[in-house]
Design a protein around this ligand. Structure first.
Ligand SMILES: [Mn+2]
Length: 683
């Protein structure tokens, strides 16, 4: 369960923004909530004009341009050296096609994810040397390749590094190093993706007299794709570029992109950053994850419709293969926790298995993190070697955590929200202990996962006009999430399955207003709520058009009983886990947690009446007569019942799957080992 928090609103400041910029109050309020309040930022945000920064503000840009121009003029062989993810692939396609249009002697190279790995490598440099390459330009990589850059230089190859990753120690000794994260780079905007930096390079190569409009028309589609793919914040210049890219992508003349858009079923629809993130980027990444990223570059470059369509089909297929593998690994991860439930109480979930595809485990880690509200590291063993990929929750730096275990790792890297590592397979257990020790020592304890709501709304305030104002906030994505609204205290009136039983359409009411609201990917059986329940809903709102009629579409993103106290739930769950980890607790705390015979009987009688339970625990607690047993007590009672063979249960996240067992004779709860443990802890 997430902690729901509603953003703070400063009405005065919102009113001021509305007046000064002549925009509706509701939009001004959303901007204020998101901290977009500084006049110059606001003007940029609300303006439809495209303003881009001077590319020569970036350190070494002049040197990069000089060397590349020289190479083009002398027809030296140039290699654009990229990366296998969507950012690297689009950056490669962008720079390659620009240099090609300048009639440069240019080729590109993408290292294989398996085997070669990320960044420059000596074998690749040798290969390029044998091909007569005189200048390597890296895109989306290179900042960490000081050895390989030095090696290339020793072979007589010049290197221009363009990258957007953090500097690791010394700068590579390249002809030029263009990276906004260089400490001496004076450019103020640091959040470019790799393709964003490549676009700045191309803008610089165009020179001051250059055709910027033409550059945007030709390349902003690629910039948008890579920028969304790399999950950099969609703010400031990234936002401007992605906005332009989305506009041009609708009518792109890139055959491959057209074919991919058609294959993804997005033809003729207005594209959003979400479409890129959920449909196009995964297709490109699927190739890199399952080898053959050069195909993705070829797809973006081809001018032939037939070739594009056949590539797009391959990409679609690879993406479906990736989804299938992802589903299998996800199921295996859940089974891992089910088989070893003690692992559920760890602060950081470390889940390992044999032969899982290393390109897919990161995506699974993020789904597990979302489901359980804890950081997760997925580790795949391959013989004596193992590779891991992890995702975190906000407030817990996974990079720091992994760093604290570096003595167990052969390689590692990452940032606060995601990290990767290699280690000997035999060290996995030790790594699990080590990272959990780090988490246990964390000052202030583990953070609770948050659900951030922009603002609460009354049903009477909702209208098509109101929601249409929000479009000024788009494109949504990293750093600029789609607005989430809270509809609190809504009474559930009707539920119906739609879409062949795949989704739910619900009717809620409050103050005599009835709203039709959708909940996707849930059927009647999975719905934990009953007619008459009072719920708090976190919803997204949009305007849809059907046969010329506009209507408001409301979609549930998260929901809970209005009576659920998430703070209590989160605290009590953490107490419960402390007990399950057998860590010390204060005696007086323990004495408040010990269930009475009556509590026990109440839960048992209720469960016997329901036959089975497959819903969230907070709903179970609310359904119990009198609502007086705390969340933690109910969790302990379920454990005791399981110990005494009254029930079996397992849980994935907040959902409890409980089945009743046949019982013979009388059962004494005070004979349960857990009860004994609690009583001992009390003393
Ligand atoms: Mn990148």
């Amino acid at each position: 369960m997430k902690k729901w928090s509603v953003a703070k609103l400063n009405k005065e400041s919102a009113t001021k923004i509305a007046e000064e910029h002549g925009i509706p109050f509701f939009l001004a309020m959303m901007l204020d909530i998101r901290g977009i309040v500084r006049p110059e930022v606001l003007t940029d945000y609300l303006s439809t004009q495209i303003v881009l920064s001077d590319p020569f503000k970036m350190k070494d840009m002049d040197r990069a341009v000089k060397r590349i121009r020289q190479a083009v003029d002398r027809f030296e062989k140039i290699c654009v050296y990229g990366d296998y993810d969507a950012d690297g692939v689009t950056a490669t396609a962008l720079l390659y096609s620009y240099l090609d249009s300048c009639v440069g002697n240019v080729m590109y190279y993408i290292p294989e994810r398996e085997g070669e790995g990320y960044g420059l490598n000596t074998d690749a440099v040798n290969h390029l040397h044998a091909m007569g390459v005189q200048l390597i330009i890296t895109v989306d990589n290179g900042i960490a390749s000081f050895k390989e850059v030095a090696y290339a230089t020793s072979l007589g190859i010049d290197v221009v590094v363009t990258d957007h990753h953090q500097l690791q120690g010394e700068l590579p000794a390249a002809v030029a190093v263009v990276d906004p994260h260089r400490p001496d780079c004076p450019s103020t905007f640091k959040d470019f993706s790799g393709v964003g930096v490549a676009f700045k390079l191309v803008s610089a190569l165009e020179g001051e007299e250059g055709d910027f409009q033409g550059l945007l028309e030709n390349y902003s589609d690629l910039v948008a794709l890579g920028t969304v793919g790399d999950i950099v914040p969609l703010l400031q210049e990234n936002r401007v570029l992605v906005q332009a890219g989305l506009r041009y992508m609708q009518h792109t003349d890139r055959a491959g992109l057209r074919a991919m858009i058609a294959e993804a079923g997005l033809e003729g629809k207005p594209l959003t950053a979400g479409n890129l993130a959920f449909s196009l980027v995964p297709r490109i990444n699927a190739l890199g994850r399952l080898a053959a990223s050069e195909d993705a570059v070829r797809l973006l470059l081809t001018e032939y419709k037939e070739e594009a369509e056949s590539f797009a089909l391959t990409l679609g297929e690879k993406n479906r293969t990736r989804q299938k593998i992802e589903g299998e690994i996800f199921d295996a991860a859940i089974a891992f926790l089910r088989d070893d439930p003690q692992r559920l109480y760890d602060r950081v979930l470390v889940i390992d298995g044999e032969g899982w595809h290393p390109g897919v485990i990161g995506i699974v880690a993020s789904r597990i993190t979302e489901r359980f509200g804890k950081p997760c590291v997925m580790i795949s063993k391959d013989g004596t070697e193992a590779r891991g990929s992890g995702r975190s929750i906000s407030g817990f730096s996974l990079y720091e955590a992994v760093y604290s275990c570096r003595h167990l790792l052969t390689r590692f890297g990452g940032h606060p929200m995601a990290a990767g590592m290699s280690l000997p397979a035999q060290s996995i257990g030790e790594f699990r202990n080590c990272i959990n020790r780090y988490a246990a020592d964390l000052e202030g304890g583990m953070p609770a996962p948050q659900l951030r709501i922009d603002c609460k709304l009354k049903p009477s305030a909702l209208s098509v006009d109101l929601i249409r104002q929000l479009s000024a906030l788009e494109p949504y994505g990293a750093g600029n999430p789609a607005p989430l609204f809270g509809l609190y205290g809504m009474k559930l009136e009707e539920i119906a399955e739609v879409g062949g039983g795949k989704h739910l359409r619900l009717i809620f009411s409050r103050e005599n207003i009835r709203l039709t609201i959708m909940r996707f990917s849930m059927n009647l059986q999975e719905c934990p709520y009953l007619i008459g329940d009072m719920l708090d809903l976190a919803v997204s709102l949009s305007v849809t058009e059907f046969r010329g009629e506009e209507s408001l579409s409301i979609v549930i993103r998260d929901w809970k009983l209005s009576q659920t106290k998430e703070d209590d739930y989160i605290n009590e769950k953490s107490l419960y886990e402390t007990i399950k980890r057998k860590e010390p607790l204060k005696a007086e705390t323990v004495s408040t947690l010990i269930p009475s015979r009556e509590d026990f009987a109440l839960v048992y009688r209720y469960l016997r009446g329901t036959k089975a339970w497959d819903y969230p625990l907070d709903v179970l607690c609310w359904r119990l007569p009198s609502h007086k047993i705390s969340y933690c007590k109910v969790m302990l009672i379920l454990d005791m019942m399981q110990e005494l063979n009254l029930i079996t249960y397992w849980t994935d996240g907040d959902i409890y799957h409980i089945s009743l067992l046949e019982v013979e004779g009388k059962v004494d709860i005070f004979s349960s080992g857990l009860m004994q443990t609690l009583r001992d802890m009390k003393e």
